[in-house]
Ligand binder design. Structure first.
Ligand code: ADP
Length: 708
């Protein structure tokens, strides 16, 4: 036996007396201490309750109720000591069973001197090694968790001041007339945006690594997500003079279950990269269905990815050409996050790329259909009774032609394709039941034609052109549907979408934030949208201000000293500041993005939740929406339903009941029907009646609009 200090102690379990005595002598002669020698499993367990030992020598065939293996199993629950079996047989069955109970070795009886000594040494050594490994793994896991938590906290801390920097830059940019100043300010703003993107990326990554990122399970229309993502990059694409193509298979189910927000994030990442790394040609997004798999490909004709670097592209902070960071600003974590999100959603991602020719990223997502029904394809749900008989297509790009042809066919509408550019359409086509859809190349031949549509790129001069009605690229199913039903409104050019301030008498907003810079920046931002703003420094002051004047809406930061936003909202909404003030819509501001924070906010009476930092558009949309009681009702219902679903999934009946109660109260005036639904839910939850609770939640989910 090696080492000094206290000798290692050994428990011997052996029912043959003579063998037991022999073993004890043998073990002691090797320099170990013998804790006890016992004849049965039961006796061994008793010893284990009172004494500790470093090693067990265990006979396999024991008299009494427990054999050696069973005893070993029980011992293990009491003490973590390695066990060596003593056996007369070494057949296969024995070896398998010994392995199953995690034996550290076995020795054939009667043990010979060296054999026993080596077996014991090895067992102790191996056991010590395993423990060390376990300790190290624990330490590493703890360090990892601490790192993730640190990153998450740090990101929040960084976002708050950065929010002010970006907000102030935006405001100053709005007012600056001097061109030199404007150029400084726009650099300030775009650097702020870039830093914010990086921080958000790190936050996402740390959330994924710490396991805090959750994947939603909600039914959604995949076509909506695809089209919204493609539309979002349209302006960028056309500014670079690229073509933008979209194709979706009409077999796409109209509803699938999953996380629409994360799918959108993934698609945007890929699409933004495609635009960023492409200088000529096109960017395309195509979706098809194959064997219950949704396959989405984002392709570009850009710079491509060099062969030797393909392995590393999904690794964090990796950019192909480190020297090109200036030309292509980015963080190198977009694809890392993309891949992790896709994996979390049960899908996979591949790519193919040739240097100088372009890249294609392909996502495969298993399709899960909602339980309520079979797959209705997206195309079946759109047939318009009063729609056309025929569409004449004069489109020059393959993908556009394919999209139009496939979907028209799926709707049962005839189409013909004519060579581009379309000159004089045949007189027979002057039929009110026929529409014509052409691209820019053919726009000139269409003067005076009814039912004529021109597909254009985003472009300043496009809007003033009067021939035909204008659609903007990319061609999507929604736009095609509009052509068919004749009810499509031409999209406004982006420049004309100026924010419309509230009319005549400006609406009054009370804003409470303890951070002086945020208070000023956000106050100005609200003012710049045309509202009149009163600012206060905490919840207590907000309550006092409400005593003097009732505003049209109140914005409360959640984290404030003295009285925080949660408590202030609770007092206001429960009538503590009067019944008139209780009806004023409340907006929560927070740098925290956790589900719990949102749940708590809505329970305390908020109708909307804005995560800091927010863009001017986010703020504007929220403020305009929240003044509409219908929107408020739907938003509150949606949030409570999200909470109810989460609590139900966690079988957290107490919280479920409490949430139903708060939801019911919050919706009492805004939406009495849903409020009643919440009451029925509350009663079912009180009975812990899982099937009814589930049905009621589902019923409510179906009735509440899911989109804002
Ligand atoms: P970044 O923010 O730098 O774009 P990503 O993780 O999204 O980070 O991408 C990592 C690197 O992969 C990029 O820096 C770029 O070099 C390369 N890359 C990604 N997408 C494309 C693409 N479509 N074409 C060419 N290179 C690409």
């Amino acid at each position: 036996m090696s080492g000094t200090g206290k000798p290692k102690s050994v428990l011997i379990v052996e029912d043959e007396k003579i063998v037991a005595i022999d073993l004890r002598n043998h073990v002691e002669s090797l320099g170990y201490a013998v804790t006890k020698v016992v004849p049965s499993g039961e006796a061994a367990l008793k010893v284990a309750d009172r004494f500790s030992f470093d090693l067990v020598l265990m006979d396999v065939e024991l008299d009494g109720k427990l054999d050696g293996f069973e005893t070993a199993n029980e011992l293990r629950k009491r003490q973590d000591a390695p066990i060596i079996f003593l056996t007369a047989h070494t057949d296969n069955r024995f070896v398998v069973s010994a392995k199953e109970v995690g034996a550290f070795g076995y020795v054939v009886k009667p043990p010979r001197g060296r054999e026993l000594a080596i077996g014991m040494e090895l067992a102790l050594y191996k056991h010590e090694g395993e423990k060390r490994l376990e300790r190290e793994r624990d330490r590493a896991e703890r360090a990892m968790a601490a790192k993730s938590e640190f990153l998450a906290n740090m990101s929040h801390e960084l976002r708050t001041p950065l929010n002010s920097i970006i907000g102030m830059a935006e405001l100053a940019l709005d007012r600056a007339t001097d061109s030199e100043q404007r150029s400084y300010l726009s650099i300030l703003k775009s650097s702020g945006d870039a830093l914010m993107a990086l921080i958000n990326g790190i936050l996402d990554l740390s959330k994924i690594e710490s396991g805090a990122m959750q994947v939603a399970e909600e039914p959604f229309d995949p076509l909506d997500v695809l089209e919204a993502s493609v539309e979002a990059i349209a302006i960028q694409v056309h500014k670079k003079g690229l073509d933008l193509d979209f194709y979706a298979d009409p077999a796409l189910p109209a509803r699938i279950v999953g996380d629409s927000g994360k799918l959108r994030q993934v698609l945007l990442n890929l699409l933004v990269n495609a635009v960023k790394y492409t200088n000529a040609g096109s960017v395309s997004c195509t979706a098809s269905v194959e064997d219950e798999v949704l396959r989405i490909a984002v392709a570009d004709t850009g710079i491509g990815i060099p062969e030797e670097l393909k392995e590393q592209i999904f690794a964090p902070f990796y950019q192909v050409d480190q020297t090109s960071t200036k030309r292509h600003p980015g963080t190198g974590i977009g694809l890392t996050i993309t891949k992790k999100l896709i994996t979390m959603m049960g899908g996979s991602i591949y790519f193919d790329s040739a240097l100088g020719e372009g890249s294609t990223f392909e996502i495969d997502l298993p399709i899960r259909l909602p339980p309520e029904g079979p797959a209705i394809s997206a195309s079946e749900s759109v047939r318009e009774p009063e729609s056309l008989e025929k569409v004449v297509l004069g489109l020059s790009r393959d993908t556009q032609r394919q999209l139009a042809a496939d979907w028209l066919r799926s709707w049962g509408i005839k189409h013909t394709e004519v060579p581009v550019p379309v000159t004089a359409p045949a007189p027979a086509e002057h039929n009110p039941q026929t529409a014509i859809l052409v691209d820019e190349a053919s726009a000139a031949g269409l003067e005076g034609r009814p039912n004529a549509w021109v597909l254009r790129r985003f472009d300043d001069r496009a809007v003033s052109d009067s021939s035909g009605r204008t659609l903007f690229e990319p061609l999507t199913v929604t736009k095609l549907r509009g052509v068919v039903s004749g009810r499509l409104e031409s999209r406004k050019a982006p420049e004309t979408a100026a924010p419309e301030g509230p009319s005549a008498a400006p609406l009054r907003v009370l804003l409470a934030d303890d951070n002086a810079i945020n208070r000023i920046a956000n106050g100005r931002l609200v003012e710049s949208l045309g509202y009149r703003v009163t600012t206060v420094e905490d919840g207590q002051e907000a309550l006092e201000a409400l005593e003097k004047e009732i505003p049209d809406l109140v914005i409360l930061d959640l984290e404030m000293p003295r009285l925080d936003g949660y408590d202030a909202a609770k007092q206001i909404s429960s009538g503590g500041t009067g019944s008139e003030a209780a009806r004023v819509p409340l907006v929560a501001l927070s740098a925290h993005t956790s589900q719990e924070a949102r749940f708590r906010a809505f329970r305390n009476g908020f109708s909307a939740f804005l995560v800091k930092p927010f863009s001017r558009t986010d703020l504007e949309t929220t403020l305009i929406n929240i003044l509409d009681p219908n929107w408020r009702g739907a938003n509150i219902s949606r949030h409570f339903l999200e909470e109810l679903r989460a609590r139900f999934d966690a079988s957290d009946w107490g919280e479920l009941e409490a949430a139903a109660h708060c939801g019911r109260r919050a919706l009492k005036e805004l939406d009495p029907d849903t409020s009643n639904g919440f009451l029925r839910l509350l009663l079912a939850a009180r009975r812990k009646d899982a099937p009814s609770t589930n049905n009621l939640i589902q019923e409510l989910e179906e009735n509440v609009p899911t989109k804002s």
